[in-house]
Design a protein around this ligand. Structure first.
Ligand SMILES: NC(=O)C1=CN([C@@H]2O[C@H](COP(=O)(O)OP(=O)(O)OC[C@H]3O[C@@H](n4cnc5c(N)ncnc54)[C@H](OP(=O)(O)O)[C@@H]3O)[C@@H](O)[C@H]2O)C=CC1
Ligand SMILES: O=CCCC(=O)O
Length: 293
């Protein structure tokens, strides 16, 4: 099977690599074209523009940073819309909002193509290992055609119905994750400031009812001040922002998430946006230090 792949950031590179390893013929494009070379070394070919990739491939997957990138790759000059049409499918796996998905869906359908949104749960390592959780919605026929590829990329795919539902599910999940990361950061700070060992706190958490893979993976690195980006903080803040907007639309009060968003915003303002989202711990630690007598 031949697929196009647009966007070779942390996630896109791992996902396209996985497809190549499983025998897919992959044509890649990235805004910074030089990043395609690593994939070429693994057997990919390069499309010079998103339109060139779509012209060549029946199915094209995108994994881009945010709504503005997702829209630009579709609607701008040399974009997806110039070549999408009958018999072609476009699958956007970026984390965006439902309105962005709807705009892309309508435009692709107007040209005779099919669209599926399919954001993912899971980060760099699950992407490398083909262990993502895929949250798809939109054109069911295209979804069914993509199942073999989704089975390479992920451990489980959900089809959530009408367009926008994938984005909404993903934003709810990441909103919870962002609040949990803030809560862990506050707990580590409180343990430290009150004379407890933060490492012992992690050990205790790992044996109890709120044990989870994120605390287990990120906690020890946070204590080392090591924030090599798996999930960049700027993207987590984008997800909090989009989830809060979804809350506004639905009149759902979310004070915990709003406070977590403020901490991520503060971290971005301090230049931590390209670090892992667990770097919010630096902001929480800083806030608790400045509160000292
Ligand atoms: N990292 C993670 O753990 C996870 C991330 N996600 C989501 O997946 C998406 C990608 O994340 P990730 O790979 O980490 O992000 P990166 O920041 O590593 O990569 C972003 C990608 O988007 C491209 N891009 C940015 N702006 C534009 C633009 N205006 N036009 C065209 N291309 C653009 C970048 O191109 P260039 O190289 O030129 O900058 C790059 O290929 C995001 O929506 C994120 O929220 C979802 C699950 C997990
Ligand atoms: O969007 C990023 C999600 C990261 C994760 O699920 O670990």
């Amino acid at each position: 099977m031949e697929v196009g792949f647009l966007g070779l950031g942390i996630m896109g590179k791992a996902m396209a690599t996985n497809l190549l390893r499983h025998g897919y013929r992959v044509t890649v494009w990235n805004r910074t074209l030089a990043k395609c070379q690593e994939l070429v070394a693994l057997g990919a070919t390069v499309g010079e523009t998103p339109a060139a990739v779509v012209a060549k491939c029946r199915y094209t997957i995108a994994m881009l940073s945010d709504p503005s990138a997702a829209l630009s790759v579709v609607f701008d000059k040399d974009g997806v819309l110039e070549q999408i049409g009958d018999g072609k499918g476009y699958i956007d796996m970026s984390t965006v909002d439902a309105a962005t998905c709807s705009k892309i869906d309508e435009a692709v359908k107007q040209k005779g193509g099919a669209f599926v949104e399919a954001p993912v749960s899971g980060s760099k390592k699950p992407a490398e290992d083909g262990q993502l959780v895929i949250l798809a919605a939109g054109d069911k026929t295209l979804y069914d055609e993509m199942i073999p590829a989704f089975d390479v990329l992920g451990k489980k795919s959900f089809f959530l119905g009408e367009i926008g539902n994938g984005a909404k599910m993903k934003l709810v999940v990441n909103m919870i994750m962002g609040s949990m990361m803030n809560s862990l950061s506050e707990g580590l700070s409180l343990a430290d400031k009150s004379g407890l060992s933060p490492q012992t706190l992690l050990d205790v958490l790992d044996l109890g009812a709120i044990a989870n893979p994120m605390f287990k993976l990120k906690g020890p690195a946070m204590l080392q001040g090591s924030y090599n980006p798996a999930f960049p903080l700027k993207h987590q803040q984008k997800d909090m922002r989009l989830a809060l907007a979804l809350g506004d639309e639905n009149a759902v009060s979310m004070p915990v998430s709003a406070a977590a968003n403020e901490a991520f915003k503060k971290a971005r303002s301090l230049g931590l946006g390209d670090l892992d989202f667990s770097a919010v711990y630096e902001v929480v630690k800083g806030a608790s230090s400045s509160g000292q007598a």
